[in-house]
Write a protein that binds this ligand. Sequence first.
Ligand SMILES: Cc1cc2nc3c(=O)[nH]c(=O)nc-3n(C[C@H](O)[C@H](O)[C@H](O)COP(=O)(O)OP(=O)(O)OC[C@H]3O[C@@H](n4cnc5c(N)ncnc54)[C@H](O)[C@@H]3O)c2cc1C
Ligand SMILES: Cc1cc2nc3c(=O)[nH]c(=O)nc-3n(C[C@H](O)[C@H](O)[C@H](O)COP(=O)(O)O)c2cc1C
Length: 574
Amino acid sequence: MLTTPKLKTLQELIAGATKEELIWLSGYLAGVVAQTTGQPAITTNVLVTAPEPEAAAKPVVSKITIAYGTETGNSKKLATDFAARAKKKGINAKLVGLEQYRLTDLSKEEYFFTVISTQGDGEPPASARKFYDHIHKESLQLTQLKYSVLALGDTSYPLFCKAGEDVDEQLQRMGGQRIVSLQKCDTDYEVEAGGWFDQILQKLVSSTAPALSAPGVVVRKSTGKKIHAGTVISNINLNDIGSGKQTHHLEIAAEVEYQPGDSIGITPENPREIVEAIISLTGIDPTRKMTYREEELSVADLLRRKLNIVFLPERVVKKYAAIVRQDIPETRIGLLDLLKIYPVKDITQFQEVISILEPTAPRLYSISSSPEAHGGEVHITVAKDTFVVNGETKHGLCSDVLSQLSPDQTLEFYVHKNSQFKLPDHDKDVIMIGPGTGIAPFRSFLAERDATGAGGRNWLFFGDQHFTTDFLYQTEIQNWIQTGVLTKINTAFSRDQQDKVYVQHKMHKQAAELYAWLEAGAYVYLCGAKEPMSVDVENALLTIIQQQGKKNAAQAEGYLDELKEAGRYVKDVY
Ligand SMILES: Cc1cc2nc3c(=O)[nH]c(=O)nc-3n(C[C@H](O)[C@H](O)[C@H](O)COP(=O)(O)OP(=O)(O)OC[C@H]3O[C@@H](n4cnc5c(N)ncnc54)[C@H](O)[C@@H]3O)c2cc1C
Ligand SMILES: Cc1cc2nc3c(=O)[nH]c(=O)nc-3n(C[C@H](O)[C@H](O)[C@H](O)COP(=O)(O)O)c2cc1C
């Protein structure tokens, strides 16, 4: 498209540029395209920040609110960047987490921007739950509200950016005026986020900014996540004979960058026998190519590697019922059982069924190794998920696959960063509460603090069913006690006595000292089962703060909120 001399100049410029300069240049060009055409640019994958306009125009809007809902820190980081850029333009930008946001303020807002991720199966992050429920339940009149939503998500999950979509729709339903279209972002969100910032700032600084036509979405193929292939070094069951549980410690050889507190994501393959049974039942040619979400794959590959076939959500069962034109109760069920009970008419109908199936969602596992202590390796701690359906014992898909991996087998995974769940400075004290597999990141924390000689004190609360069979990483933990890395440990083995004893009971017993650590600036980390464990532990913390700090309930909540705000109380629960 360029003439030879122009192309030569461009090539010279690129050849002499650093990576950062290339990123800036890419952003600059995207900005130029947007400004000259009034349309967002079609970009490639490297833009981080778009350039500031040369002459700063006086903003026509002086005050905005930027509210974020985050689980692992990405939305907070983007919202913070956005606030900084708005401030540079002379706009008074109030930055607030949706957890702290005063819901009664919403009807008074004029310019309100939300950056929100999606968690679970299309749900808002826990920290945004109150806000999300509020806008869905209350009949609010938001007639003066001008807003826009930046939605973070991951296209490998079935309901991409669903929470952001819901917030966007709901604010409009309540009378809000959307000033820039909803922007959905995949895991490489920098380009879209940068474009969204630009569009909004353009609107805020100039009343003559061109009206941006909906939907205004940047067209760009996502780079996806960086997938690593690791080799299993060992896989051992940490529970002893006689335990009711199986918790696997996997060591994987892989050169990857991560920090204590990060997880790995794994997308499990479906059991071969189920795939074969589906193929033989429907008579479909397994080598037949089909296009699924812009990717061409054989039917066999789709069924084995891509699609959720083992336990379909109700929404998919509903679509299946519409295809086969049968009345099917609203329930979760496997595809094979569906095909047996409510057969498809022919292969064409089965192809239609394939097109309504959702991708298999990745499963996350907290990394239990430390980059300093276990170089070139990634360790995880996996509880084999066991449950009974109609009297038959079954296992969760991914934990079952992982529990059966043998040394030398290959495992594909990506690193899921968590910028919130991070160790503090070396001299700070940490209190770690992690029963069951909640211990995983704390093994990483302790190994890291041991290897780096961090001086802060470390206190661990651990619990499981029985001391003799379920004390995960007991030998290492005892070593850390002996060497002084672990300053204090309290364990709760729930089934070793008549009455159930859990970590929260042990916390109550240590109330005075726990509060003293908090007052001395300790950081509190909580990991493991969301329900009921994390709820009970948080309630215990509140009671301890109330009683030891001689506060009322509201003051205790305020105290815990301050800890959260300061990054001194963080959870990674599931
Ligand atoms: C941030 C984060 C960190 C995590 N860290 C860890 C960790 O360190 N260690 C760890 O072990 N886990 C961890 N998890 C949980 C993990 O990601 C998985 O959710 C867990 O291993 C279960 O996945 P699965 O594929 O084995 O089970 P799934 O197949 O997803 O099944 C989950 C549940 O669905 C139901 N179900 C599934 N199939 C059927 C069926 N056919 N019929 C009826 N019911 C069914 C059952 O209730 C079952 O328990 C973490 C999760 C998150 C979000
Ligand atoms: C357990 C879990 C479930 C998720 N579920 C979804 C989902 O249903 N839809 C989606 O688009 N993204 C989903 N994601 C991806 C996150 O939205 C994405 O990683 C995002 O960048 C996180 O931003 P945050 O750090 O601000 O929370 C999920 C992530 C995790 C860890």
